[in-house]
Design a binder for this molecule. Structure first.
Ligand code: NAD
Length: 351
């Protein structure tokens, strides 16, 4: 087991990345945590206000595709490990602009892998950890679960780019001996989630009494994982995961989109003291997303068996915390829903 000191977290200003940064900064005061992020529309340093002055934290603004920048950073900081989350992450955006997903998710990952080959020469305990998605496995029918040996079968430009980056990580392990580990997780939810994704979008729209755009017939099924449980799993995999292995991370928590939407409506009616059934009236079925995967569900028994991880909050607790966070952080919402995002939102959801 290695005892790393200088850890690079990429994409640390994003949704999951900010929780991972906070978790590592607070849990490991003797490490130094570097957050590398270019701050796209999805990156927001407001997510990290509570740790920005910590002694063991530094932020570097830069692009993971820029080899000059990353090589310089690697040679200065002498990293013991990289936890790589920086990515373009939204499926709808990947349909309208696939190349930007190839650029960041594939070129960016390979660029970091190249820098890591230099790091491992100086430090054999170096480890590259790629954070990936269950969407690389494609879609399931009504039954069955994704395991670590399910063949890759990505259906969207987003999942194709993540599958590609997973393959490059594995290939660098096989070809150049780079120590690596990969985890593929299900849909995350929780505080700081950009309101283009289902749960925060709908919470925001319910607050504002705007329509809730449900794709197709609403029968798409996803497994939901509370983001802080994911951060705890990432900590375990980074420290204890076996070299060259993949770990699936899921919430054992499958929901059809329409049922999840109705649950959110009920919880929000209570929170906002609205008459029962008020928010459900906002549900609007919209034209399906092309190539939409019917169902994702994860078998997370390997990480449970090998590393002892399991989700710590129930869905009800996680949703309650999430809703409370959005209600208490209207200013955060106002900031992220201005500017570019507004234009994008209008393009996607205007009836
Ligand atoms: P996000 O979109 O909220 O954050 C991505 C971050 O990466 C942003 O801060 C952005 O500024 C940064 N970034 C983008 N391009 C960059 C570049 N070229 N250089 C440097 N930084 C760049 O994404 P998220 O939902 O937090 O997802 C994080 C990671 O986890 C991604 O790799 C994603 O594929 C994976 N993942 C996400 C989920 C989910 O449910 N959100 C599930 C499984 C896996």
């Amino acid at each position: 087991k290695n005892t790393p000191k200088h850890i690079l977290i990429t994409g640390g200003a994003g949704f999951i990345g900010s929780h991972v940064v906070r978790h590592f900064v607070n849990s490991y005061p003797h490490y130094h945590i570097y957050n590398l992020d270019v701050l796209t529309y999805a990156g927001n340093l407001e997510n990290l206000k509570d740790v920005e002055n910590a002694q063991n934290y530094s932020f570097a603004k830069g692009d993971i595709v820029d080899a000059g920048f990353t090589n310089d950073l690697f040679s200065k900081a002498k990293f013991d490990g990289v936890i790589h989350l920086a990515a373009e992450s939204h499926v709808d955006r990947s349909i309208s602009d696939p190349l930007s997903f190839v650029r960041t998710n594939v070129f960016g990952t390979v660029n970091l892998l190249n820098a890591s080959l230099e790091a491992v020469k100086e430090n054999p305990n170096f480890r590259f950890y790629h954070i990936s998605t269950d969407e690389v496995y494609g879609t399931l029918g009504e039954t069955g679960l994704f395991t670590e040996t399910t063949p890759y079968s990505p259906n969207s430009p987003y999942s194709a780019s993540k599958a590609s980056s997973d393959h490059f990580v594995r290939a660098y392990g096989e070809t150049y001996g780079l120590p690596f580990v990969i985890s593929n997780s299900s849909n995350n939810y929780g505080p700081n989630h950009f309101p283009e994704k289902l749960i925060p979008l709908f919470i925001n729209n319910i607050i504002q009494k705007k329509p809730l755009p449900v794709y197709g017939d609403g029968n798409y099924t996803r497994d939901w994982l509370y983001v802080e449980d994911h951060a705890a799993a990432i900590d375990l995999v980074f420290h204890e995961g076996r070299d060259g292995e993949t770990y699936n991370i899921g919430g054992f928590n499958e929901w059809k989109n329409i049922d999840l939407t109705k649950l959110l409506c009920q919880l929000m009616d209570k929170k906002l003291n609205r008459l029962e059934g008020t928010s459900e009236k906002l549900i609007t079925f919209v034209k399906d997303r092309p190539g939409h995967d019917l169902r994702y569900a994860i078998d997370a028994s390997k990480i449970n068996r090998e590393l002892g991880w399991k989700p710590s909050v129930t869905f009800e607790e996680g949703l309650e915390r999430t809703i409370d966070w959005y209600l208490d952080n209207q200013e955060w919402l106002d900031h992220v829903t201005s500017g570019d995002y507004k234009l994008y939102y209008q393009k996607q959801y205007q009836p």
